[in-house]
Write a protein that binds this ligand. Structure first.
Ligand code: UD1
Ligand code: CA
Length: 479
């Protein structure tokens, strides 16, 4: 018979995410607070599902369970409801039923988002190799205050107990090896001894940490493995810890991008979220925010104060300072800004230009077209080689409904034009400056939509002369 490999064990992952997060002083559940642009729990799920398939992951939720479930539902993991939340040990009691089909359970904390696939795998492998009933992932912290302390038996791997900060005596408080809140359990031993937990502690909760002493007393094997990177186990219990975690995540993201050939000046001032992708030789200036599922191509230049959400930017695009771009697409070699606002569904063509103080929404600008100054283009379809003059406005809204403006290839729209939609400017047509157009313009036509200019010869000089004569008379009367 073929020997069973250690990885043949059936392994589940339980993520404890039901707690309220009292120390954050927040109205929102702790695991939905964000770091690196995503909820804490989403990061933990990402790491977990790199180790086992999503259908073997069980998230224990409770406080504001519906909101938490909605936020991470598309990950495909299972949810277990813990109601009320009576501690980390209780979370496992509730999850127990889901674990029947498994040999081992890896237990993660939903509030510690820096954990990596590699560390979870190390925890698993160490646990399986030692044939332990319980394995605790630990870390050595210069300041262990607040964490549970791991008490080893001598210098070996065996653990005697975990004591929580509040219950630790002076000597135990000096121990620098802390409990990370990540564990591996043999499911059989866990289930057999879980009901021995009690609530005899300062919080009146079932502490999962007490399992160490319980299992050891029952002559089961309890061991500890040290996580070499102490930052991986940081929990976001307070606002300060959350900000610290967020910063570490962002720097890690920037470093990964730089390693892949992206230049990021002053990376500590940039907000680049975890799902963002950037091509090689692109340069990101200080104070840039790239968020959500944004993808930036190669050889782009993104200058300061650009804020880009969920958008796709082609290669060799130049974004001058202050471009705000949401859910839009920009084709290669386009040049935008400074200070433009692309609202959702803007589609900027190859080599096109959007200049300062231009706002767009639900519009397509064709290849090589330009809208360089002070313009609003909404609900519109603009062809190739079009020039949209300064101050052009598409009047797309009549107070009730939205209407479309179509500008065909090669049109020239003079400055300060209002286009009252629905309207179509035919191919190659020409709109005189300051026109207000309400009707379609045929191809190659000239449209003038303004009052005819009147000129009164000599009028200004005559006015000046009259005023001077009046002033003269007044001065004479005073003398
Ligand atoms: C826990 C450990 C502590 C360890 C620390 C590491 C216990 C008793 N203590 O403390 O030894 O050093 O983690 O970060 O476990 N949760 C539930 N249901 C509950 C209570 C909590 O699902 O009833 C979840 C929380 O949402 C959280 C996780 O369990 O994601 C840990 O709970 P938390 O209250 O943050 O424990 P710590 O005080 O940090
Ligand atoms: Ca915690």
């Amino acid at each position: 018979m073929k020997a069973r490999k250690k990885t043949d064990s059936r392994i589940a992952i339980v993520i404890m995410a039901a707690g309220k997060g009292t120390r954050l002083k927040s109205r929102h559940p702790k695991v939905l607070h964000q770091a690196g642009g995503k909820p804490l729990l989403a990061h933990v799920i990402t790491a977990a599902t790199q180790v086992v398939p999503a259908h073997d992951v069980f998230a224990v939720i409770g406080h504001e369970a519906d909101r938490v479930r909605d936020a991470v539902n598309d990950s495909g993991v299972n949810f277990v409801l813990q109601q009320p939340q009576r501690g980390t040990g209780h979370a496992l009691m509730v999850a127990g039923e889901s674990l029947s089909g498994y040999d081992h359970a890896l237990v993660l904390s939903g509030d510690a988002p820096l954990i990596t696939k590699q560390t979870i795998e190390r925890l698993r492998d160490f646990h399986l190799a030692r044939k332990a009933a319980m394995t605790v992932l630990t870390s050595i912290l210069p300041d262990p205050t607040g964490y549970g302390r791991v008490l080893r038996v001598g210098r070996g791997d065996d653990v005697q107990a975990i004591v929580e900060q509040k219950s630790a005596n002076a000597k135990q408080q000096k121990v620098k090896e802390i409990n990370s809140g990540f564990y591996a359990f043999a499911v059989a031993a866990l289930k057999q001894y879980l009901q021995k937990l009690d609530t005899d502690n300062p919080h009146g909760e079932f502490y999962l940490t007490d399992m160490a002493a319980i299992l050891r007393k029952a002559k089961e094997r309890v061991v500890a493995v040290i996580c070499t990177d102490p930052f991986e186990v940081l929990g976001g219990n307070t606002r300060a810890e959350l900000v610290d975690i967020d910063q570490r995540m962002r720097m890690a993201k920037c470093r990964a991008l730089m390693a892949a050939g992206v230049t990021i000046f002053n990376p500590e001032t940039c907000v680049i979220e975890s799902d963002v992708e950037i091509g090689t030789d692109t340069v990101i200036e200080p104070h840039v925010q790239l968020r959500g599922k944004t993808r930036v191509g190669s050889d782009c230049h993104v200058e300061s104060y650009c804020v880009i959400h969920d958008s796709e930017i082609g290669d060799e695009v130049l974004l001058h300072p202050g471009c705000v771009i949401e859910s839009s697409r920009i084709a290669r070699k386009a040049i935008l800004g400074p200070y433009c606002h692309l609202r959702p569904a803007s589609d900027i063509g190859e080599g096109a230009r959007i200049g300062n103080f231009v706002e767009t929404k639900k519009m397509k600008l064709g290849k090589g077209s330009k809208a360089n100054h002070l313009t609003y283009l909404g609900d519109s379809e603009i062809g190739e080689g079009v020039n949209v003059g300064a101050g052009t406005i598409t009047c797309n809204y009549d107070g009730t409904a939205k209407y479309k403006t179509v500008i065909e290839d090669g049109v020239f729209v003079g400055s300060d034009t209002t286009l009252v939609a629905p309207i179509r400017l035919g191919k190659g047509s020409y709109v005189a400056a300051a026109s207000c157009l309400t009707d379609d313009v045929p191809a190659n036509a000239l449209a003038l939509g303004r009052a005819r200019q009147i000129v009164k010869e000599g009028w200004a000089k005559q006015k000046r002369d009259e005023r001077a004569a009046l002033k003269n008379q007044e001065n004479k009367a005073k003398a």
